[in-house]
Design a protein around this ligand. Sequence first.
Ligand SMILES: Cc1cc2nc3c(=O)[nH]c(=O)nc-3n(C[C@H](O)[C@H](O)[C@H](O)COP(=O)(O)OP(=O)(O)OC[C@H]3O[C@@H](n4cnc5c(N)ncnc54)[C@H](O)[C@@H]3O)c2cc1C
Length: 498
Amino acid sequence: MSVNQHAVDRATAARGLLEAAFPGRVTTIDAWSEYESERDRPWSQTCWIPAAAYVQPSNAQEVAEALAIIQRTGSKFALRTTGHTPNPGFSSVDESGVVIDLRRLNSISLDGDGVLHAGAGSTWGQIYSFLEDKQLSATGGRDRAVGVTGFLLGAFPNLHGTGADGVKNFEVVLADSTIVNANAGSNPDLYCVLKGGGSNFGIVTQFDIATYPLLKVQYAINLYNPSDYLNIINATVQVQQTMETDPKIGLFTNFHAGFVAVGLLYADWPDEKPKVFEPFSNLTSLMTAVAPTTNGTLLSLAKAMSHLLDPQKRTISSVTTKVSVDLYSEVHKAYLNVVNGLPAGFDFHYTIQPVTSAGVQAGEDRGGNTMGLEKVPQCSEWPKDGDDAAAQHAVNTMARNVQSLAKERGLQLGYVSMTFANASQDVLRGYGVENIKKMQATAAEYDHDGVFQKLQNDGFLLRVVHYAVLADYSTKDAGHGQATSSNGAESSSAVCAS
Ligand SMILES: Cc1cc2nc3c(=O)[nH]c(=O)nc-3n(C[C@H](O)[C@H](O)[C@H](O)COP(=O)(O)OP(=O)(O)OC[C@H]3O[C@@H](n4cnc5c(N)ncnc54)[C@H](O)[C@@H]3O)c2cc1C
């Protein structure tokens, strides 16, 4: 009997026990059309993988019961909220495992202190609608369909820190199926590492999130001719530099082969267009405004950003650098080389998404996180979309190119955004030595038997950074063919404050 067959047998045993415990809420291949729609729920077709079963618990207690069954049988498992990660095996698993689908944990309520309680299965669209009725906002994702669980960076990270920084309390099912709260006063070490630490420590069943008075948002989304890329890059950098002094500014610059989409965002309704965006107003390469200047809210921005997408295979990658016209120009030339080598039909694109020193400081002011963001203007760039090996190759080449171009200029930062990272990227390493040690210690404390490391199918898991016990950390390659971070020590500057 092969090892794989043992794994399938364990998953089959888990399936049987789950069917008994959750009648009507376990989907298996025996009900084909329901099974097909569970299998095909993820955003990227690369994650349409047939699991042994899909189970839908309704509350934390039931999540704990499902996890106990997983533990008892030794079955592999994957956690899914909306399935928006494009990394195969992260919120999907083959027939040797079970998907714990958390979409039923979607209750949303507000307490007297203005703290939002959001079930792990809720989406940002649901949360923004709920809050807007009450004239409130929270820091979240830009896309309505994205789940509350996987998010890290919202539209205005520079105003209130990252999305993770806004979480005041996590309700978590631990490996031994106990349900705990993690906040500044209770399990503070767990609280800190959950802010950016992914699925290494437990299953989050509820987020309690700080809210703010309803954020007014002025936004415009313009398309420019990509042949004008040098001026577009110049305008991008000028806006990025002003962002350092005005946290209300938000920006993304998204380069495609046929157009460049620029989002000009301002967290207020000024009477006149903010002067900061003049470098873009002066460009003659404007093709069209997909969203004219609008006084709206996070919800209307998320609606403007949302687009219906055909099912496709997608892949993604992320790199963080300091800000530089020269670097961005060289990155764009490298992009053109890659995109010109791809067959027709690929949509290969990348985005400059700035995070300012003020954004990192706002996070630190809220107790810190485990991500090791540095207090320098920085920017994540991620190419995405494509098909199979050629797409993966293109994405990896682009990421490597950006890293080495940044490294040559002393502009590379170790941080890799987990929400936009490729499975092959060493995200946790980018958080820095101190944060990794802290995460390892916390995982050992809250998950003695290593359930989340051994049985979880895949993810940005601590099990893959055990090699980094951490003697030659700064010189050793990450093990995935990526350029080495020369500043592992520096990038631990935002070590948690618990
Ligand atoms: C179209 C699109 C737009 C996006 N826009 C933004 C944006 O504006 N801002 C931003 O920050 N990100 C954005 N993202 C990235 C998004 O945040 C990540 O893809 C994120 O991983 C999605 O989380 P999810 O919970 O919805 O997805 P899932 O695929 O269900 O889960 C993602 C990861 O979280 C783990 N996980 C799921 N549930 C739990 C749980 N309860 N406890 C512990 N771990 C769990 C899974 O194992 C998986 O590794 C976008 C992605 C897409 C595809």
